[in-house]
Design a protein. Structure first.
Length: 528
């Protein structure tokens, strides 16, 4: 029996030289501890090739008769605690107008049913976006919370799609804002952002996928994305790229069950374990017991451990007899094998170090190329900015010359319409003369409005005197008032500002021919 095990060990050793590189073992048994007082309890010390945190269920142990043995404990060596680290999970939900109906309900149902996957050490927050095209995010709370029942109620009652918004929301901006909220948290733990959206990438966004990846790496955030096909604008590639480059997972879903399963995969993904020996492979103690009829014959026996596709044999001497004869007879063979194993281990160590150096060099080349691309883009941006500044200077000079010419023609008297001509009673409403006109051009929309009231409001809403159907124009953007016979343009706290001849204003005296810009709308003030 002893010769049989020795021959098996030698064959396994020499076959290791001819195995291809991709068949490397995922673990090895370092030592088997036998405590005579606690026998048949055994402790197997294993060393993992991958730096991950295993679970008890990942290992399967059988005895010589192929009978399964129960694992009673799994402990990592070199660590005083085995508790799972905290996680800060931020759910970002797409509540744009195109998610109305079953889509938003599927999003909410999946998130609520996934809260049970969070542990006692985990914290969460929820944000949603879509109420305007700029991608602004509304978060449930300022910091992360473990009050999951309250969060579940808020998910159901607070989130609904915005029916007033138009077009695709800026998802990239929403992701960037959500990471800012994660970065502001005072809690420690693994940072996770889970985006659930229709995967509509607005290419006009200020933020690009590279910006999201760079921000995530700076804040150490893992981004998982659930991409739900809603219409023909479905574009999951950009979100798949973001997840891949931030160590996350990207999934395509078509139901609330798909979304829940994807979230389950995200939250079951385990972080890398800390090593126990300052840079070496992690080692664990596996406690298990042999069956009650375990032998006490003082002879060598073995057991098998299966983990991640690799099966290893562990050997031990049962109490009840002396094992000295074995060492006397075969000690030199064991020493030779140990020497060979040591040589093999040293060779593998050098191979791993060489591979690591090659990977670091390749990564350095990638970083250098990326820095070169960033410098090139910055130079192009600076060149474009300089061109725009030069064009602006030329335009300002042209405007100044025209204003000087106009001032000479009117003997440097400001162009002010006499109060009698602009009197609403005598001239505009009464029809005694021609009122000034505001010419509006916004895309395919074009219309002339006569300024025939003392105060006329301008905006996107239908209750304005001058209605401009353009998304970038605020609901109440500006107004034109008549004061002492002169026309003044007033900004009403608009989002995108009001500009006269290229200059942003709060209040401005208008002259005939002035060019007014409100968002993407262009207007001209004319006095006939």
């Amino acid at each position: 029996m002893q010769y049989k095990y020795l021959i098996i060990s030698l064959l396994a050793f020499f076959m290791g030289f001819y195995l291809p590189a991709q068949d490397k073992k995922t673990f090895k048994i370092v030592e088997t501890k036998v405590d005579t007082a606690q026998y048949p309890k055994l402790i197997s010390v294993v060393e993992l090739a991958a730096n991950v945190e295993p679970l008890k269920g990942d290992f399967k142990i059988t005895d010589e008769a192929q009978r399964p043995l129960e694992i009673t404990a799994l402990n990592r060596l070199g660590s005083d605690e085995n508790k799972q680290s905290s996680r800060l999970v931020y759910f970002l939900i797409d509540a744009s107008n195109y998610t109305e109906g079953t889509y938003i309900q599927s999003f909410k149902t999946a998130v609520k049913e996934s809260l049970g996957l969070l542990g006692d050490n985990d914290f969460m927050n929820v944000g949603y976006f879509g109420y305007d095209a700029s991608g602004n995010v509304t978060s449930f709370s300022r910091d992360f919370s473990n009050n999951f029942s309250l969060m579940e109620s808020d998910i159901q009652n607070r989130i609904s799609p915005s029916l007033d918004s138009a077009g695709a929301s800026d998802i990239m901006k929403a992701m960037y804002d959500a990471m800012d909220r994660i970065g502001e948290s005072q809690k420690d733990g693994q940072k996770i952002l889970i985006l659930i959206s229709g995967a509509i990438y607005n290419t006009a966004s200020t933020y690009k996928p590279d910006d999201i990846v760079e921000r995530a790496k700076k804040l150490n955030v893992t981004i998982h994305t659930v991409n739900y096909r809603i219409d023909g604008r479905f574009s999951p590639d950009a979100f798949r790229l973001i997840s891949n480059r931030t160590d996350g997972i990207s999934a395509i879903s078509a139901s609330s069950t798909d979304i829940k399963n994807a979230i389950g995969d995200f939250l079951e993904d385990r972080p890398a374990a800390n090593t126990n020996n300052g840079g070496g492979s992690p080692q664990y103690e596996i406690e298990f017991s042999l069956l009650n009829d375990a032998l006490r014959d003082g002879k060598e026996h073995f057991y098998k451990i299966e983990y991640a596709g690799t099966i290893e044999n562990g050997y031990f001497y049962a109490p009840g007899g002396a094992g000295g004869n074995f060492w006397t007879s075969y000690g030199w063979i064991i020493l030779v094998i140990a020497g060979l194993l040591a040589g093999l281990g040293y060779w593998q160590y050098n191979e791993m170090r060489l591979r690591k150096l090659e990977e670091e060099e390749a990564q350095a080349e990638i970083e250098a190329q990326r820095e070169a691309d960033l410098r090139r883009k910055e130079q192009e941006k600076q060149g474009l900015l300089q061109d725009l500044q030069e064009k602006n200077i030329r335009l300002q000079e042209q405007l100044r010359l025209k204003e000087q010419e106009l001032a000479k023609k009117i003997d440097q008297v400001p162009t002010v319409i006499p109060a009698s001509k602009l009197d609403p009673k005598n001239t505009i409403i009464g029809g005694g003369g021609s009122a000034p006109v505001l010419q509006v051009l916004a895309g395919s929309f074009s219309k002339n409005y006569r300024l025939n009231k003392p105060t006329m409001t301008i905006g996107r809403a239908a209750n304005n005197d001058i209605v401009i159907p353009e998304q970038t124009v605020s609901s109440r953007h500006a107004s034109i008032t008549i004061e002492n016979g002169s026309f003044f343009l007033n900004d009403l706290g608009s989002t995108n500002g009001t500009f006269v001849n290229g200059t942003r204003i709060d209040k401005k005296l208008l002259k005939s021919g002035d060019i007014i810009k409100m968002g993407a709308a262009n207007c001209r003030f004319e006095i006939s």
